[in-house]
Design a protein around this ligand. Sequence first.
Ligand code: COA
Length: 327
Amino acid sequence: MPGVSLVGSGSACLTVQLSNDILSQRVDTSDEWISARTGIRQRHIAAPDDSLTTLATEAARHALTMAQVGAEEVDLILLATSTPDDLFGSACRVQVALGATRAVAFDLTAACSGFVFALVTAAQYIRTGVFKTVVVIGADVLSRWTDWDDRTTCVLFGDGAGAVVLRACERDRLLGFELCSDGSLNHCLNLAYHPEAVPLVGDISVQKGGFAPITMNGREVYKFAVSRVPEVIEKALFRASLTTADIDWMVLHQANQRILDAVADRLGVPLERVISNMARHGNTSAASIPLALDEAIRAGKIQPGDLIATAGFGAGLTWGAAIVEWG
Ligand code: COA
């Protein structure tokens, strides 16, 4: 059975920065409140002429360059996003923008767990021998769907895109994973469609609604994250026949510094082994893990051969972990 290796990473550079102080001019909040409760100091926001497609393409292009893989070699593009440019999917737009002429491309939606779910999905195609080269992208423009007058949610989110290149190899570097869903908690975090009945003809009506901005029960999501994330990492480690002592780095979904600290504490992982870019980016949903990974790789923190425990969690509710060796 072919194995999976991670051979390149990349991310998009967003130029618009929105600091807590600036945001406080719009909504009743403060840098002190936001940074104490979340660790976030600023977030990046897509400019009006950016699109999910352009950001995802930029991240993928950087990942392919690092991997020294040509776009025409890519077999599959998996785009994890909840904020597509087109509800029919944005992955094909990325495919053409990249020039990945041979690749099949599709979107995968699992909110802030999207990158981990896509990584594991991509690995299955490689392990079965169907595909040899896959680009996995996590990208979201949540600013489109943020209620900028709701201080309980708008301070948390930012926009971004990150990507990795996976290749078939002999020794499998995806050492273990575990994915979970619990739809009974769906109401805790939503970006939901609200149908409105519009008469069509006779007694037949059609839905002509729209998506309402993000709603969240912050306390429930916090409780969910600090209990489920350590558990799912331990399960993934168990499948890999490893323990937390073997992990070089934890790269978790960047939702809240307090969540990262609590997870590290429960697993007994020292904080210096926990990658955090929360202060600069906030919660960028599906982008947050590949973005944090790419920054740590380019900064020389994560080196080839390092063992990484990664975990995503969020709306669905969904959560999942993967244990990977970089390089
Ligand atoms: N600025 C200032 N005050 C704020 C505020 C803001 N941005 N948001 C809420 N408050 C106020 C509340 O109105 C409340 O005031 P009150 O006590 O007078 O009613 C007070 O701060 C405490 O609010 P609370 O919601 O209890 O805060 P909290 O300690 O639970 O922190 C979160 C809120 C959102 C930071 C926290 O619940 C959290 O991080 N949850 C997880 C969210 C998450 O990660 N979601 C994405 C997962 S993918």
